[in-house]
Unconditional design. Structure first.
Length: 314
């Protein structure tokens, strides 16, 4: 029986253009990153019948293409940009142009074959956008508060006014996020399950719902790796390096960090786990990272079983 040829496609995304490459083919082509161009791309890809299409996240410029290609039933994956850069260095691809980047993505698709994941729904994308904006406002608020300490007196009034505006924006975003979750019966149920955990508040719950739709659908190792809280060995020969966490979804990880800080005080399971690690001589940072992973695993199990904390703890 003749084995079908597998086809792997890489798409480099910019604001105006989509550069497309097929692995082990020299020819590349470009289409516009708008509705007509993406429609042509989807038609071309359906005729090509690729095994996998890989793109990188580019500040949201990829979302329309990903949505349309997925809607067309094509196997699309958005991969972590750092993984692709590391892959390019490992394979000696140091030059960088849009066409070369597309070829690297196609090669990455063929060599690594990242697993397909379901595209987030429109509601999840909207919630994700709200959470991203909240993080941006929070970061700006921190910067302005730090600046207020060192700025000259003449500038204080202007910065204080900006801090007040940012604080009001943060309150409005918190309210909008809460209303958004409350407005969906399915999300409201998920939110109730997640917030039943001591240490998990509205922001953590909304972040898990909007930015981690895989929660409850993967096993404990997969969900930890996806978020980036699975320790990775750094050993070589006789040298044993420290295990570190990296990659994954930084926005989810930063919120999970704050939840773990609260959980080690108010959640009896996480508190005992943290204290046991400290008593074993673990560094506080290492112990807290372990608490993040344990909390994530607990949330993942709860979402799978749809059981609140009391049932889960029992």
């Amino acid at each position: 029986m003749h084995k079908a040829v597998e086809i792997f496609v890489g798409i480099d995304v910019s604001k105006a253009w989509l550069d497309v490459a097929v692995h082990e083919q020299e020819k590349t082509f470009r289409t516009s990153n708008d509705d007509p161009g993406i429609a042509d791309l989807a038609k071309c890809m359906k005729e090509l019948e690729p095994t996998l299409i890989v793109l990188e996240p580019t500040g949201g410029f990829e979302m329309l293409a990903v949505a349309e290609l997925t809607h067309a039933g094509l196997p699309v994956v958005v991969v972590n940009a750092k993984r692709v850069r590391d892959f390019a260095r490992a394979t000696g691809r140091l030059a960088k142009t849009d066409k070369l980047d597309a070829k690297v993505l196609a090669h990455f698709a063929a060599a690594i074959r990242p697993p397909l994941r379901s595209l987030r729904s429109k509601e999840e994308e909207q919630l994700s956008a709200l959470l991203t904006r909240r993080r941006q406002v929070l970061d700006m608020l921190t910067v302005e508060k730090n600046r207020l300490v060192t700025v000259r007196a003449k500038m204080r009034t202007d910065i204080e006014s900006h801090i007040q505006w940012l604080s009001n924006s943060l309150k409005e975003l918190n309210l909008e996020i809460g209303n958004f979750v409350e407005g969906s019966p399915v999300w409201k149920e998920k939110d109730a399950v997640l917030q039943s955990v001591p240490g998990v508040g509205p922001v953590t719950s909304a972040t898990m719902i909007g930015m981690l739709p895989e929660l409850g659908k993967l096993n404990r190792q997969q969900i930890a790796a996806l978020v980036g809280v699975a320790p990775v060995n750094k050993d070589s020969g006789r040298k044993q390096g420290k295990r570190r966490v990296y990659g994954g979804r930084a926005d989810v990880r930063s919120v999970l960090y704050m939840a773990a800080l609260a959980a080690k005080k108010f959640n009896p399971v996480i508190r005992k786990f943290y204290e046991r690690l400290i008593n074993q001589g673990k560094e506080k940072k290492v112990a807290l990272t372990a608490c993040m992973r344990k909390l994530l695993v607990i949330l993942n199990a709860m979402m799978r079983s749809n059981q609140p904390w009391r049932t889960q703890a029992a």
